[in-house]
Design a protein around this ligand. Sequence first.
Ligand code: PMP
Length: 399
Amino acid sequence: MTHNQELTRRWEGALMDNYGTPRLPLVRGEGARLWDADGKEYLDFVGGIAVNALGHAHPAVVEAVSKQIASLGHVSNLFMAEPPIALAERLLQLFGREGRVFFCNSGAEANEGAFKIGRLTGRTHMVATQGGFHGRTMGALALTGQPGKQEPFLPLPGDVTHVPYGDVEALRAAVTEDTALVIIEPIQGENGVVVPPVGYLKAAREITRATGTLLVLDEVQTGIGRTGHWFEYQAHEGVDPDIVTLAKGLGGGLPLGATVAFGETAELLKPGHHGTTFGGNPVACAAGLAVLETIAADGLLENVKRAGEKLREGIESLGHPLIGHVRGAGLLLGIVLSEPLAPKVQQAAQDAGLLVNAPAPNVVRLMPPLNLGDDEVDAFLRALPGVLDDAYGDGRSGE
Ligand code: PMP
């Protein structure tokens, strides 16, 4: 039995298969490289689903976490510590607005925080988007617009209307003076990297402002530099959300989520309303600070734009019959295939030492580290045609 097989056997005996996890036991990472238990090397273009903003084992994160755990691990919510204060201040500075932050441990939890703040307005109706993804806990799942994920768990909390994503008129028709919040991803990640029409977020801001409704932007996947901006909404004019939710890349590999509320909205949550033991723990916050400092110091927003453009152009210029087009922004890209072979591409890529993911049957999603180098883009572009040929050939022979 190989080491991979041995770990897979143990995994299957001990862990719930809640994600249908691909059977690939990984043991080590460095930058955009990963190694499995048998020693095979992979180029990581999944990045823990946009989690590994700086790649694996980045020295700044390793150092920040090591120093913090060696001095003050966690004090729970009974006392204060410095790292969450510093991280909240830094985030607010990047938003360029007055506000307050609630720290938690995941994207779903960040959206639960937004859900609760929504309820504290005294209104109960909420509007979310079809195909949208906000997490798997019950409140976040109620906002998620994917009926298949909701169905086994009905009834879900709340009075939620799901409108077609990107449709301004549908949004206008759904939002009333009884609507507590509208929640939108600036780009729908889990739905296959779906980009809304220009002006959608601005229109959402105008519609919600007119009814006194909170605008919540879920930047769990798009935030922290992923699209070449600190937060994707900052790429658009006239969008100033009431709440932004963050997670994934924020912790650079450690569990860290944040519900950031601005202006008066930041005052709604009062003592006793909400909390979580590990929220704002100094170790995760120290990692978060290291991530933000490194993105700024190393000019990674520029790198994301540059590497993202090179990657997009490189893929499109391959002219492969399986490639329709590439959509997304920065280093959150979806290769839209001409046939629904994305799962086959994912497997063929893994066999060839490339890790990608297939959020939809016809979309291959790429989320490499923000510090991706030219040599890594080139290695990906060299390997991709063979991977597509394999998947295409398999797909055809299976018909
Ligand atoms: N919101 C968005 C936009 C996401 O992409 C995800 C995770 N894919 C979540 C929320 C949930 O995050 P978590 O898995 O950390 O709960």
